[in-house]
Design a binder for this molecule. Structure first.
Ligand code: HMG
Ligand code: MG
Length: 284
């Protein structure tokens, strides 16, 4: 298929939900996603449960899902402890995550960019599975404003130097416009080929599909998205959902190999749970 979708709904989509979603709902969601034609699903994060309580059940989710042959089940890991847990859970691939802006990185993982790279080195040195590297706030930071492409290039180079096999460039707060996508890719291509770049758009201002198209026109073929447009980051005020997987399938009907109706059915599992678990209206 021309486009490879990385479905991040179970991780990025759910991490921001305030209501605690039971493990069996997450498992049903992932099992339904496995039947859609997706080839890669980010299942959860092995991060501190104090920081992201919603994903504290990552080991149980990995244990209980039914794996479909050919589908990669992946996880975020912030440190060596996360890597050990992800390998124990038989993750097919892991992702480390840092940012192009210092303030966001500090709020997200309590480390400077340089410290985060030091933390990742032993992960890259020992991981038996491929390691993706996320660069958050690649366009705008909720704390520092506009991020310069040179800062993104610098962080991508640091991640490439320690050996990540793929870079996912994140518009964490969904503020990028297609011109900014083109400008950033122009700056990144001299050090990083399009073949190992994924684009990760949130859709706060409705630009995400235009941004995906801009990336596609420049040769990018891997896009992160969430079924139902779930998502956000608890440490990025204003971050809304990821671009909806459904929207990418509609924009590229013949290129993704993913079934739109089945994605809708999978997203409905989470939506139905959230709707049915909302507290009743309070009349005073
Ligand atoms: P810290 O507080 O600086 O470090 O957290 P710590 O070593 O003191 O750990 C704090 C507690 O967590 C300790 O527990 C550790 O043992 C425990 P205590 O001793 O107090 O009981 N701990 C762990 N527990 C389980 N698994 C682990 C782990 N590591 C430590 N792996 C840390 C530093 C990195 C751990 C923390 O900041 C953290 O977990 N942050 C995660 C933040 C996060 O998940 N953010 C969302 C994902 S990023 C994102 O959404 C952006 C993205 O979508 C792209 C985009 O949109 O831009 C990827
Ligand atoms: Mg994200």
């Amino acid at each position: 298929m021309a486009i490879h979708i990385v479905e991040v709904g179970p991780r990025d989509g759910l991490q921001n939900e305030k209501a605690v979603i039971p493990t069996q709902v997450k498992v049903a969601f992932i099992n339904a996603l496995s039947q859609t034609g997706l080839a890669e699903i980010e299942v959860s994060s092995f991060v501190s449960p104090q920081w992201v309580p919603q994903l504290a059940d990552a080991p149980q989710v990995f244990e209980q899902i039914t794996r479909k042959p050919g589908v990669k089940y992946t996880a975020l890991v912030p440190n060596e402890r996360g890597l050990s847990a992800a390998i124990e859970a038989k993750a097919d691939k892991v992702a480390v995550f840092t940012a192009a802006s210092e303030t966001f990185n500090q709020k997200n993982i309590n480390a400077t960019i340089a410290e985060s790279i030091e933390r990742f080195k032993p992960i890259l040195a020992s991981s038996p599975v491929p390691v993706r590297g996320y660069v958050s706030t690649a366009f705008h930071c909720p704390y520092e404003g506009k991020v310069h492409p040179a800062d993104v290039v610098r962080v991508i180079q640091m991640l490439l130097d320690i050996g990540v096999s793929e870079i996912s460039i994140g518009d964490t707060i969904g503020k990028a416009a297609p011109d900014e996508v083109r400008q950033l890719l122009d700056a990144v291509f001299p050090i990083c080929p399009a073949e190992i770049i994924a684009l990760h758009f949130h859709d706060t201002f409705g630009n995400a599909i235009a941004n995906v198209r801009a990336g596609f026109e420049m040769g990018i073929r891997v896009f992160d998205s969430s079924a139902g447009g779930l998502g956000g980051c608890p440490f990025a005020p204003g971050a809304k959902g990821n671009v909806a997987t459904e929207a990418i399938i509609r924009a590229f009907p013949n290129e993704t190999g993913v079934d739109l109706n089945r994605i809708r059915d999978a997203a409905a599992i989470v939506a139905n749970y959230l709707n049915s678990s909302e507290p009743p209206p309070h009349f005073c």
